[in-house]
Design a protein around this ligand. Sequence first.
Ligand SMILES: Nc1ncnc2c1ncn2[C@@H]1O[C@H](COP(=O)(O)OP(=O)(O)O)[C@@H](O)[C@H]1O
Ligand SMILES: [Mg+2]
Length: 287
Amino acid sequence: MTDAVGNGVGDRPESVPHNGQSVGDGLQSVSHTDSLEPILRLRGVGRRFGGVQAVRDVDLDVAPGERRAILGPNGAGKTTLFNLVAGDFPPTSGTIEVAGQDVTHLPARVRPKLGLARTYQKTRLFPGLSVVDNIVLALIGHDGVRLRAFPSRGDRARRARARLAAEQVWLGPKADALVRDLSHGEQRQLEVGMASAVEPRLMMLDEPASGLSRGERERLTELLVGLPADVTLILIEHDMDVALTVAGYVTMMHDGRKVVEGTPAEIRANQMVHEIYLGSRFHEEGE
Ligand SMILES: Nc1ncnc2c1ncn2[C@@H]1O[C@H](COP(=O)(O)OP(=O)(O)O)[C@@H](O)[C@H]1O
Ligand SMILES: [Mg+2]
């Protein structure tokens, strides 16, 4: 298994405050990302839904080019955190900055302009359309252009970009296949392709490995590891193997809080992580 150090990215910016228990013995590797302004900065972010405090007082700094995993059992608040960053709804407390801009109360549609792309935990593909058409629609959505009856030069350029994006996620041979004829793993690959086609600075993937077979998971892991080095990746993952292979740095959430942060090696060795995961496994068996 690949280790964090090998990635050369993803080390913690030195200013990150730790809310919970710190891991290891203060191992702070210095990387080129340390001097860079975080692409994502959360301060005291919380979100309440009626009586449920889904996210509590989260501080998070993600540096450009980092590969960050957000781990945690079901209900930990991971997806809510993504939705807050994506702007699906505002936080009930705290502030969110993307690329140095305070977006806390800005609508979701401005975030792609700041270079943010995300996928959803449940696939949102058009099953009756081809692989390329799905990517073209993602590009159109991102470029904010209107659909027209006759193809323009921009349309042809987008189609070419979409083909390239399909090849980059190893779907070149299936570029014209209908999405409903793809395997589950291929559909997840396509989602990564759609997110990366818009050339985001910050890509957020919500459980891309969920429901995949072992072989499909390995393939997806390889694909994520091979993403362009300048893309910042935040990956929510329930599957520890995928998360700890892809990520250079890991944030563990539990009960809405950020409880542990560390390198994959630190996370693997952390007792609290094991307890949280073992505890949750009893409830999730058979899912
Ligand atoms: N739109 C919503 N309305 C009400 N409760 C929600 C909503 N979204 C999430 N929650 C609740 O917030 C908590 C965290 O959920 P979620 O962010 O989906 O966790 P995770 O992605 O880590 O499994 C859960 O208790 C969930 O039921
Ligand atoms: Mg979730």
